[in-house]
Write a protein that binds this ligand. Structure first.
Ligand code: PMV
Length: 351
């Protein structure tokens, strides 16, 4: 998806800021505790139209938010309603200056909100991009990450940073945040071959902030055991990077199944997620796991390159009553897709 574009007419100026959604292939939750995660952008996302309200000083305002899936149009999966969004817009004004008070945003999304597909981070990135595009200014990736992270914090409290770093970088990255310094490292993962996926949505989740807080509370009672689980997940992510770079998709799938076992042990899976994982494996998926915070939300299935392999799983998910779509990881060879590629970068946690 292109990041920005402009449409001008005699009476209206509309500028668009957009951002893709993301999936987490390995390492959600453990990444909050300093372990590696592997995440990737997907080929659908969010677009924010920015317009100017002549003479207005009370903004910025959100004019419309088109549903990202039937029945779900909330931008804040933690269920705190428009209050959080107002807070995010006020923060945007303090980050980008008083000039944004006359701006109005309309949001269109092709990813479900509250499903672990990065809708709130994509919204944060698209808003910041849209503002800078409106004022015809360049913003570099490090500044974009910092600003989007601040906005994302309004929705998610204390996110690891994996969502918006992936969304700004584009492509597949290995992400890790040092807990001591807060410095984050994003390293590109160079795919050796096409990596087809199917995404199924096991319903809305209860919110990333809620899931992370509840897990932290459960872990306190058995901290050493939970730390072993986080370390195990981190080891899977580190190993999976090599398998992805060598094109060993069968091994990647096996590690995804293991990662899902760990996530179940952490208590963030649900019966619907387990049904989707089992359905995908029965239909030939190489591996399947939840993606994101869990407690609902997205399941990703890694699919072999066979004819109609993705279609069979999409149909099986739909037959079981779940929304689903086929996608693939952005190719490392830019001539294969037009996704932007990440460069290795380190960002400092702004907190
Ligand atoms: O917001 P989600 O559902 O994409 O989850 C983000 C991943 C977590 O590891 C659960 C939280 C985080 O901040 O990394």
């Amino acid at each position: 998806m292109s990041t920005t574009s402009t449409v001008s007419a005699s009476t209206i100026d509309v500028v668009f800021g957009s951002a893709p959604g993301k999936v987490i292939l390995f390492g959600e939750h453990a990444v909050v505790f300093g372990q590696t995660a592997i995440a990737s952008t997907i080929d659908r996302g969010i677009r924010v139209a920015v317009t100017h309200r002549a003479g207005a000083t009370d903004g910025p305002v959100l004019k419309s938010m088109n549903a990202m899936l039937p029945g779900r149009s909330r931008p804040d999966p933690d269920g705190e309603g428009p209050e959080r969004l107002r807070e995010a817009l006020a923060l945007l004004r303090s980050l980008c200056g008083d000039r944004v008070r006359s701006l109005s945003f309309s949001v269109d999304g092709a990813i479900p909100a509250g499903a672990g597909l990065g809708s709130s981070a994509a919204l944060a990135v698209a808003l910041v991009r849209g503002v800078h595009e409106f004022f015809d200014e360049h913003i570099d990736d490090a500044a974009l990450i910092e600003r989007a992270f601040a906005v994302e914090r309004v929705f998610h409290g204390n996110p690891s940073g994996v969502d918006h770093t992936t969304i700004v970088s584009g492509g597949v990255i290995a992400y890790r945040r040092d807990l001591g310094s807060g410095a984050a490292t994003a390293t590109p993962v160079r795919l050796a071959r096409r990596v087809p996926l199917v995404v199924g949505v096991a319903g809305p989740h209860a919110g990333t902030k809620n899931a992370v807080t509840a897990l932290r509370d459960r872990a306190r009672r058995h901290q050493a055991h939970y730390d072993h689980l986080y370390a195990g997940i981190g080891a899977l992510a580190d190993a999976a990077k090599g398998h992805l770079e060598r094109g060993e998709l069968a091994a990647v799938g096996e590690l995804m199944d293991l990662n899902q076992g760990y996530l179940n042990a952490l208590g963030v899976s649900t019966p619907a997620i387990e049904v989707l994982c089992a359905t995908a494996r029965e239909r030939g998926a190489l591996g399947a796991k939840l993606s994101g915070a869990g407690g609902g939300g997205a399941v990703i299935a890694l699919v072999d390159d066979g004819p109609d392999a993705q279609g069979a799983i999409v149909r099986a998910f739909a037959a079981a009553g779940y929304a689903a779509f086929a996608t693939e990881l952005p190719a490392s060879d830019p001539s294969v897709t037009n996704s932007s590629r990440p460069t290795s970068q380190t960002t400092k946690d702004p907190s």
